[in-house]
Design a protein around this ligand. Structure first.
Ligand code: ADP
Length: 249
């Protein structure tokens, strides 16, 4: 596809661990400004794909392009600067800092890595204003001065969204955003993901198929390291091979 169509594209992406093919010949295409879900049974290779995309692992074969540019050998920090940001694989929140302090730290981090993109006007004052804006955006304004460690699990996840958004991602990689959340929090975070996706692209690994069906524009199903099916939820969920992979293992 043209660079304008796909923000992210892999060709023949492969990763072996001591001869075992964890990811085999994967051609993944993520269309710009969509929510794209990567699903599949345990051991399918989803985490390995995420680690390859974010450069925590090097591919054994294949290429990765981002915005039409080959980024196969670009490192993780540079990928983040290019706008690909991953969330939730490690807690990015400091428990002993307040909500607002956490967001300021994230904004300062962004400021530190891209000083020349910031005009002098967008200095400390705008950093503080931006921190407040982000907290409001994720609905945590009442918890502004609460220690992150005292937040409920769901609110902590909302805070993680705020700190991730502080990095101004263009492509957001979400690693099981609903893991460990109850119904109410799931609804809240789903709403956040929907709002986050306005003007951005979201690629997520998620086990909750209700969430996947409600949120995703497109779904890629992985099994045993390879793509088994791809399409909209209705199409993919009717696919006999997909049903077999989920039920038959
Ligand atoms: P998923 O995220 O879909 O559950 P993973 O990507 O974690 O799947 O794992 C895919 C396969 O690769 C699994 O069989 C797993 O055991 C294997 N694997 C993952 N990481 C390693 C590693 N570092 N060394 C050896 N095998 C690995």
């Amino acid at each position: 596809g043209a660079p304008a169509d796909y923000i992210l594209e892999t060709r023949g992406l492969t990763r072996e661990f001591g001869g075992f093919m964890a990811v085999r010949d994967v051609d993944l295409r993520v269309r710009r400004h969509t929510i794209h879900a990567l699903i599949g049974p345990n051991g399918a290779g989803k985490t390995t794909v995420f680690n390859l995309l974010t450069k925590f692992l090097t591919p054994s074969g294949g290429t990765i392009s981002y915005n039409g540019r080959d980024v196969t050998t670009v490192g993780p920090a540079a990928m983040a600067r290019l706008g690909m940001v991953r969330s939730f694989q490690i807690s990015s929140v400091f428990a002993n800092l307040t909500v607002i302090e956490n967001v300021r730290v994230a904004l300062q981090q962004k400021l530190g890595t891209s000083l020349h993109f910031w005009r002098p006007k967008r200095s400390l004052y705008s950093l503080h204003a931006r921190a407040d804006e982000l907290i409001e955006w994720v609905g945590l304004e009442t918890y502004r001065d609460v220690l992150a460690g005292d937040l409920s699990y769901g609110r902590r996840r909302a805070l993680e969204f705020a700190t991730t958004l502080a990095l101004e991602p263009e492509l957001l990689l979400l690693d099981e955003p609903m893991a460990g959340l109850g119904h109410e929090d799931i609804a809240r975070i789903a709403d956040l993901i929907r709002r986050v996706s306005q003007g951005r692209t979201v690629l997520m690994v998620e086990h909750n198929l209700d969430v996947v069906s409600n949120l995703s524009d497109r779904i890629t199903v992985l099994t045993r390291g390879s793509i088994l099916a791809e399409g909209g939820y209705a199409e993919v969920s009717q696919n006999p091979a997909v049903r077999e992979a989920y039920i038959g293992g």
